[in-house]
Design a protein around this ligand. Structure first.
Ligand SMILES: [Zn+2]
Length: 129
């Protein structure tokens, strides 16, 4: 269920959605500030061109939006439960700081998840019949 061949594997291991062997982003570190957004153009194992059509990854903004809403609600509820008397402005600032800190992860996970909606895993026999 979470092993090779699953969407979970591709998304969490930064792997090509089709062969799950090649790297999707150039660097595996989410917090490498000089290059956490840099993607490989093609898979070096199966040759899949990651940008399926021009502007393909604009759609991943919807996935990123969902991630950010989830983070917002989670942090808001957690701070409300842990600190019932918290100042709302301070609570909002905490949420903003957490969202900014989580931005690289949300960015990368949303792109990986989005391309996995459209490209299915194929094992070696299906790739090279
Ligand atoms: Zn591949």
């Amino acid at each position: 269920m979470f092993g090779k061949g699953s969407i979970f594997y591709s998304v969490t291991k930064n792997k090509c959605p089709r062969c799950q062997s090649g790297e999707f982003f150039r660097h595996s570190n989410h917090y490498r500030l000089s290059g956490f957004t840099k993607m490989n153009e093609d898979c070096d194992q199966c040759g899949l061109h990651y940008e399926l059509e021009p502007g393909f990854f604009y759609g991943s903004m919807y996935v990123s939006y969902a991630f950010n809403i989830a983070w917002f609600v989670t942090v808001w509820v957690a701070t409300s439960v842990l600190f019932p008397e918290i100042n709302k402005m301070l609570q909002f600032l905490i949420v903003v700081v957490v969202l900014l800190a989580m931005f690289p992860i949300s960015y990368r996970l949303s792109r990986l998840l989005y391309i996995n909606f459209f490209v299915r895993f194929k094992n070696k026999e299906e790739l090279n019949p």
